[in-house]
Each structure stands twice: as C-alpha cells, then as structure tokens.
Design a protein around this ligand. Structure first.
Ligand code: HEC
Length: 156
C-alpha cells in the first residue's frame, strides 16, 4: 500500500513539474490499484449455491438498513423495529438459512454474524421502548459487525 502511494506521489511530482494541469488530472485518475497481495481478508469457500444465497442476503441487509433509516427519518418507529427484527435480527436467521451457512464459516465469521443479529434484535427492542440514546449505539453496533466481517473475510 505504502509502495503504491509512493508511486502515485512520485508520478504526481514528475508530471506536476511538466504541467500543473495534467498533474492534477493524474492524481484524479491514479487511485492506487488494489493488488491481490494487499488483500489480507481470509477466503471462505462456500458451495456455489450457498455463496449466491449469502450475497443475496447481504444485498438485503444493506436494503434493510436503508429502509430502517428511512422509517426512523419518517418517525415510523414501529416499521423500523419490525424491519430490524425480521430482516436483520434473530427472527431473520431461519429465512436467511443461517444455520446451514454457519457450518461452513470460520468461528470469527460466525461470531460477527451472531453479533450483528443480536444487536439488531436489541435495536428493535430499544426502538419499541423509545430509548433513542440506546438506539443510536445499537445501530452503530450493527454496522460495526458488518464492517468487521467485511474487513476479515471474502467469498471470492
Ligand atoms: C458474518 C460476516 C458478514 C456480516 C456480519 C455482514 N457481511 Fe456483508 N458480506 C460478507 C462477505 C464475506 C461478503 C462477500 C465479500 C466478497 O468476497 O466480495 C459480503 C458482501 C456484502 C455485500 C455485497 C453483495 C454482492 O452482491 O456482492 C453487501 C451489500 C453487504 N455485504 C452488506 C452487508 C451489510 C449492510 C451488513 C450489516 C448489516 C453485512 N453485509 C454484514 C460478510 C458479512
């Protein structure tokens, strides 16, 4: 990473000496490429069908977070709580086929998933109780679990 960054800086300095304008253009275009050796995430081999299923769940996770935030924004706390419990929380485990998939996951990945589902269910309860201070904390606990798992594991 550091080497890539240095390369970009060297290129930038050289080109900037020639012409400030093209130097700035280079900076915009030359985001450092991500080489496979920079990727420290652990590859988790899932059977193909399961991988497709997990990625579909993932897209639904992101959509759910978006719908939850929209509902909160509209003051519709009941919908936000329902979405959190049924699409991300402990009640979503069966529809997501989590039991099958968990067997194929390394322990750290399983833990991140469990942390996310527990945080989402607690988030739903706190919305119902109207404890908005706790709601913010738990929302960030949910997204932290997404980020932690993404930082450590990949499927492809
Ligand atoms: C237990 C681990 C784990 C958790 C928790 C998790 N993800 Fe993922 N997610 C992954 C992995 C692994 C991939 C695939 C990365 C790759 O190889 O490209 C992925 C991919 C995705 C994708 C891309 C889907 C596609 O079609 O390419 C989205 C969007 C996503 N996750 C959203 C979320 C959101 C939002 C959350 C939290 C609410 C979340 N994920 C929680 C592991 C996780």
């Amino acid at each position: 990473m550091q080497k890539n960054l240095n390369n970009v800086i060297v290129k930038l300095v050289v080109v900037t000496n020639k012409s400030l304008q093209s130097g700035l253009l280079l900076l915009l275009l030359a985001s450092p490429p991500l080489h496979a050796e920079d990727d420290t995430r652990e590859l988790v081999n899932l059977p193909d069908m399961m991988q497709q299923h997990m990625l579909k769940n993932m897209r639904d996770h992101l959509q759910s977070i978006n719908e939850i935030l929209s509902s909160l924004d509209n003051g519709d706390l009941e919908t936000a709580a329902q979405l959190a419990e049924h699409r991300l929380g402990m009640s979503s485990l069966e529809s997501h086929g989590a039991g099958h998939m968990a067997k194929h996951m390394p322990p750290g990945m399983r833990e991140a998933g469990t942390r996310m589902h527990i945080a989402a269910s607690r988030f739903a309860r706190k919305i119902e109780e109207g404890d908005m201070q706790a709601v913010y904390g738990l929302l960030s606990e949910i997204t932290s679990a997404c980020v932690a798992c993404h930082a450590a594991y990949r499927l492809r």
